[in-house]
Design a protein around this ligand. Structure first.
Ligand SMILES: [Zn+2]
Length: 202
């Protein structure tokens, strides 16, 4: 594809180029002009007209960022109770410290679960008789939904506050910010696991 201009842009069905066009379309990329794609409302561009040795890594970066942008847009538009509180816009997307977060994924499973949006509060398990749904902190018998256990329970061993919804829910931080929310929430995740899967049981 590096020498894109030598390939017929109007390649027919079943050709590698047609497959690529469809694949990009499915991932949110729209054609701006022949050999140039962009994700709607984003700054990310795939420009296959450019020659040069740094070209492939540049394109890979654009492709990754466009994919994240596309999914963030889908996330913001889905009907989940998480979303109604977010007030997010796709423009916020550029402010998140994805490089820092990617590094933090290596630190341990609690960070990975948190930052990738896979953390499940005790209250999520209300339809599973096997799991306790109450708060994770000693002395509290409230229903353990995420906001309660992480941010409002008076028994939690932290006085940290946070008003950004993405930080409150996923621990995400912005470029230049501290990651104290992520540190705290990774402890919350570890504590959830301790109470959900006590040692010596199961
Ligand atoms: Zn509580």
């Amino acid at each position: 594809m590096k020498h894109g201009s030598q390939i017929n842009w109007q390649a027919g069905r079943g050709s590698p180029l047609a497959v690529l066009k469809q694949w990009l379309k499915d991932k949110g990329w729209a054609i701006v002009q022949p050999w140039v794609w962009a994700v709607q409302n984003s700054f990310f561009r795939l420009d296959l007209r450019r020659p040069g040795n740094d070209f492939v890594s540049h394109l890979q970066h654009q492709l990754r960022m466009g994919w994240r942008w596309f999914n963030y847009g889908l996330f913001l538009n889905q009907e989940r109770h998480d979303n109604h509180e977010l007030n997010g816009s796709v423009e916020d997307f550029l402010t998140w410290d994805f490089d820092g977060m990617r590094n933090q994924l290596q630190v341990g499973p609690a960070y990975r679960t948190l930052l990738l949006g896979a953390a499940r509060s005790p209250a999520c398990f209300h339809s599973h008789a096997n799991f306790d749904t109450t708060c994770i902190w000693d002395g509290c018998d409230e229903l353990g939904h995420w906001d309660h256990i992480a941010w409002t329970c008076p028994y939690r061993p932290s006085s940290l506050t946070c008003c950004d919804h993405m930080s409150r829910r996923f621990g995400w931080w912005k470029v230049g910010d501290t990651m104290e929310c992520a540190d705290w929430l990774s402890k919350v995740v570890s504590r959830i696991w301790e109470t959900r899967y006590p040692k010596g049981v199961g």
